[in-house]
Design a protein around this ligand. Sequence first.
Ligand code: GAR
Length: 231
Amino acid sequence: MIRIGALISGSGTNLAAIMRACDEGRIDGKVVFVGSDKPDAAGLDKAAKKGLPTFVVNYKEIIESYKKDPDSADLPQDFDIDVIAARMGLPGDGTFSDRDRAFLVTRAIAEARLLANMAKWDFDLLVLAGFMRKLTPYFIDRVNIDPLHPRIMNIHPAILPSFPGTDGYGDTFRYGCRVGGCTVHFIDYGEDTGPIIGQRCFSITPDDTIETVKEKGLMLEWELYPECIQL
Ligand code: GAR
């Protein structure tokens, strides 16, 4: 039985599909916690209804409070901005922009809070199920303790490496693609990069709309993610 932690930002239909697959024995595992960056994520209710522990790290609040007063940022003790910047391909000598600094600092604060919450449970695998925040090396390296044993999976609404980013189905549709799809992969330091575990695709026909493309894609996501977790 693998112990699965999940991070979400939205409706949590992938989370629901994973919980269902655990209940039905298609995944030899169980979800042990659900975290969100948004207090109003509907997926939190789905988890709570199943009696699962949930937590929220409010990224928006952290970012706004940094903007108001950068000097009072409550940085984690073990955060070295130059090390994290270098791992992300930014200059490792402190010469990065204020915008990059704000990103690295606010994410480290948020990620330290995620890690502190997650530390309450033992888990083998962390699944990102519609979690719409980029995770930095600060977080990734503290979860992937063994470099040969990646522990963070993501589902992305496009056939990677095409259309990384926040609107995979929209980008696929607007480009005029005749095939769309979804990808499950392990995460690395890049945006929607990292080794691919599984993919599914579907045809896009002339009568499709952005809504029907999303519907087709999500139905495949609900099959693909549990299969990849079980794999
Ligand atoms: C899914 O389509 C997932 O692929 C996408 O967000 C949606 C979440 O739906 N994830 C990303 O775009 C990650 N970059 P859900 O909350 O109903 O599972």
